[in-house]
Every structure is written in structure tokens, then in C-alpha cells.
Design a protein around this ligand. Structure first.
Ligand code: ZN
Length: 363
């Protein structure tokens, strides 16, 4: 995620702080410092102490949120899912995973692990406070008791809140997993996302009358639900096809020595927007409309295709799935990929080919 700072790594997973997290940290500290007991430290006598304790509580709270994310990651890692990083941001934590397993029972356990960690921490801290008071009654009057109490309630609220079936929140993922056992994955996602949007709407209305924070979360839930619904539909539909079935097989290539002016006419005649650049049988690069767009008119006669082409060609084997091709194009923000088997160009696949396939598949 852009604007993130790596602070370390746990279980081999890089832990990052997002810029929005650094903004929210003082806000949380301020909330604790201005609220009276048992929700904050405003009335403990010393302003300095109250702010110091508030900041400490905030940091510990985000430590708990990190543990929640690590709960998800721990289960995911057990299923062989690669976790790129965990980022702490405005709303809490986000684990970016390679791909969430599409098996309902696995997704169920993965989604449940986070809230479970929060609830264990929450009830564990409640137990700790009760036990400590029983042994040493004076403990009840200490700042530690107050702080542990605050952390306990927030963790319990966090655990329960995340269980609300508002996809893509944890509870929504549990719902999708439950539905996916009964219907297709795409249908289950669509239904869970509709539920998520409905909850987001309700959350937004409640937020309007009570807490602006809820409105923010509602907007986030609403848009992520739509986004994930769409991307799941696309991925699942494309998975059934192999690159070899949809690619353009008669690849028209150009030579690296071609002049850009000639190439632009060539492109116009052949109607494709990207071509592999070949010298004999060896692939030198790929040249697209975007590459020549920035060449000034008077330089078009003096510039060669090899001067503007992209040398690092992103390619896929012909037995890869169309979903994989879509992912590569999206991640790298490119319009086409070359299909190569053992360094031999077999075809070319464009975003337009995939869109056409999707339209046909949905018919
Ligand atoms: Zn979670």
C-alpha cells in the first residue's frame, strides 16, 4: 500500500504503518485523554499523566489490532496463503494476502480467527483485572486497572463488531463461507456483498445520528463490498478458460529497426495497439500505442521502435488461466501480455480479448 512505513516483521510478515494510522493515533489518544473514567483518563488529576496514559493505551490498542490481524494471517499461512504484509491504517488493520482460499471451511476459519483473538484478549483482560483485585484489593484504584479495563472493553467491542455480517468485514466473510457451501462461490459473494451494502446503509444512518466514525466505516464497507463482488465474478468466470483458448494466435511482430513513423502507419493498418518486437526468432521487447504517443512529430522519422519499446516483457505460458492473465494485467497496469512457451512466442492476449470473453461467458 502506498504511503506506508515498515516497522518490522512478525512470523515473516512485514508490518507496516500507513500514513492515516499516524494521523489517527493522536485522535485516539485525545479521545482517551478527554473522557472521564471508566472510558478515559480525563479525571485522574494530572494532565501530563492523563495524556501519557492515553497515548500508551492507544499504542497498546493498536498492538491488539495487530494481534487480530496476525490471527487471520496465522491460519492463512497454515493453508499456504502468502501474506505480503499487514498494514495498520485508519480503520485498524488490513492483511494483504495473495489469494484467499476459495474453500468455504478454510475461509470460515480464517475469518473467525481475528475476532476470536480480539475476544480472547478482551475477556482475558477482564479476567486479569478480576483476579488481580481479588488478590490485591488496592489494585482497583490504580491506573493499570483502568487501562486494562479500557483495553478489555474495546477488544470485546472490536471482536463483536467485526462479527457483524457486513461483507467484506470478518462477519461478512463468515456469511459468504456459509453461503458458499450451499451455492456457487459467485452467487454467495454476490449475496454476501448485497447484505454488506445493506448493513453499510444501516450503519451510515446510525452513524449520522450518533458517531461520524460509523459513517466512514459504512462508506468503506459499501465500496469494498461492490469492489470485491465485481472482482470475484470476473476472476471466477475467467478461471474456466486457458490463455491458449482466448489469445490471438497469429502474432504480427515488428522489427526493432522500424522507424516510429512507419510503425504508426503499420499500427493503423493492422488495428492492434501493441506488437512484440522480434529480431528473427528472438523476442526483443513489446511496443504499444502508449510508447509512441510521446514521440514528437518531427522526431518520428529519426526514432526507432527499439528506442521506445518496453524491453522487460511480461509474459505468460499458454496453459495459464485467463484469470491469471487478468491479474497480471491489473497489477502491472498493462493492456496486453505476450504468451510464450519456452521463449517461443505463441500468441498475444489483450484486455479487450478478456472483456469480450467475459461478455460471452456471462451470456
Ligand atoms: Zn479481522
Amino acid at each position: 500500500m502506498n504511503g506506508s512505513l515498515k516497522i518490522g516483521s512478525i512470523m515473516g510478515i512485514p508490518i507496516k504503518l500507513h500514513i492515516t494510522f499516524l494521523l489517527i493515533l493522536p485522535v485516539f489518544a485525545l479521545v482517551f485523554a478527554t473522557n472521564p473514567q471508566p472510558y478515559g483518563f480525563a479525571d485522574i488529576g494530572s494532565i501530563t499523566k492523563s495524556y501519557a496514559l492515553s497515548l500508551l493505551t492507544t499504542i497498546l490498542l493498536f498492538g491488539c489490532i495487530l494481534l487480530h490481524e496476525l490471527g487471520h494471517s496465522y491460519i492463512a499461512k497454515g493453508y499456504g496463503v502468502e501474506i505480503k504484509d499487514i498494514t495498520l491504517l485508519l480503520f485498524g488493520g488490513v492483511s494483504s494476502m495473495e489469494e484467499i482460499p476459495r474453500e468455504p471451511s478454510k475461509e470460515f476459519k480464517m475469518a473467525f480467527a481475528g475476532p476470536l483473538v480480539s475476544l480472547i484478549i478482551g475477556f482475558g483482560l477482564v479476567g486479569l483485572n478480576i483476579a488481580a483485585v481479588a488478590i490485591m484489593p488496592v489494585y482497583e484504584a490504580t491506573y493499570v486497572y483502568l487501562m486494562v479495563g479500557i483495553l478489555a472493553s474495546i477488544n470485546i467491542i472490536l471482536g463483536l463488531f467485526n462479527l457483524i455480517p457486513a461483507f467484506p468485514m470478518d462477519g461478512g466473510r463468515l456469511l459468504r463461507a456459509w453461503l458458499a457451501k450451499r451455492m456457487s462461490y459467485v452467487k454467495a459473494t454476490h449475496l454476501a456483498a448485497s447484505f454488506g451494502k445493506m448493513f453499510a446503509f444501516i450503519m451510515g444512518v446510525i452513524g449520522w445520528f450518533s458517531n461520524p466514525w460509523l459513517i466512514l466505516i459504512a462508506v468503506f464497507v459499501f465500496f469494498s463490498a461492490s469492489e470485491e463482488d465485481k472482482s470475484t465474478t470476473v476472476t471466477v468466470s475467467l478461471e474456466k478458460y486457458r490463455v491458449a483458448d482466448v489469445m490471438t494466435k497469429d502474432v504480427i511482430s515488428v522489427e526493432p529497426e522500424m522507424i516510429v513513423e512507419d510503425f504508426s502507419h503499420f499500427m493503423f493498418e493492422n488495428k492492434h495497439l501493441g506488437y512484440p518486437v522480434m529480431k528473427g526468432n528472438s523476442l526483443k521487447g513489446i511496443v504499444t500505442f502508449t510508447d509512441i504517443r510521446n514521440v514528437l512529430p518531427h522526431e518520428r522519422y529519426a526514432t526507432l521502435v527499439s528506442d521506445v519499446m518496453t524491453r522487460e516483457v511480461i509474459s505468460l505460458p499458454s496453459d495459464a488461466s485467463a484469470a491469471e492473465a487478468f491479474k497480471i494485467m491489473t497489477v502491472n497496469n498493462i493492456g496486453r501480455v505476450l504468451v510464450t512457451d519456452n521463449d517461443t512466442v505463441k500468441g498475444i492476449l489483450s484486455r479487450t480479448d478478456l472483456m469480450r470473453l467475459l461478455m460471452l461467458a456471462n451470456e
